[in-house]
Design a protein around this ligand. Structure first.
Ligand SMILES: [Zn+2]
Ligand SMILES: [Zn+2]
Length: 161
């Protein structure tokens, strides 16, 4: 949603609050349900603040055993908004040119930064056997995964000469 924040920017103590359900169609594999966002923009002593609480279900696979899962997250974000483009670009501020703010693109960046880069079904996930692909959380397989003892390898070479 594009918020018009002119009223908030220009009036001290002015604020707006809204609820928005946000979809990311290009990432629908992970965001199968809309992200629920409660957004407030307020002017405190002449400074425009953006506050949001988002709740979302993130669909992903365990990085070790590939089990499909759904993780639930709640994140809080806050930003200082500025209407003019500053001389120095800064990450401390979010620009709202012409008092307009695109909540979807801002929250999308916020959420993607906040999500962990790895997902595990559980900390102790044993993963898959690299040889037969069995999910080792469900039991062990009979594969021999140990590298041959290097000393034996040397002996073997000697024998074969
Ligand atoms: Zn796992
Ligand atoms: Zn195996």
């Amino acid at each position: 949603m594009i918020l018009d924040l002119k009223k908030v920017f220009l009036n001290e103590n002015e604020s707006i609050s809204l609820h928005e359900d946000i979809e990311f169609p290009d990432m629908s594999e992970h965001f199968r349900e809309p992200v629920s966002a409660d957004i407030t923009v307020r002017n405190r002593a002449g400074i425009a603040e953006f506050l949001a609480e988002v709740r979302l279900d993130y669909f992903c696979e365990c990085d070790r055993c590939l089990k499909a899962m759904k993780k639930n997250y709640t994140f809080q974000f806050s930003h200082i908004l500025i209407a003019q483009v500053p001389k120095d670009e800064s990450d401390d501020y979010i620009q709202a040119p012409d008092y307009k703010l695109d909540t979807v693109s801002l929250l999308r960046d916020d959420i993607l930064l906040e999500l962990p880069s790895k997902f595990l079904c559980k900390e102790s996930c044993k993963g898959l056997c690299p040889k037969c692909g069995k999910n080792l959380n469900e039991g062990s397989c009979s594969c021999v995964l140990h590298e041959p003892d290097p000393r034996l390898a040397v002996l073997k070479e000697l024998w074969s000469e």
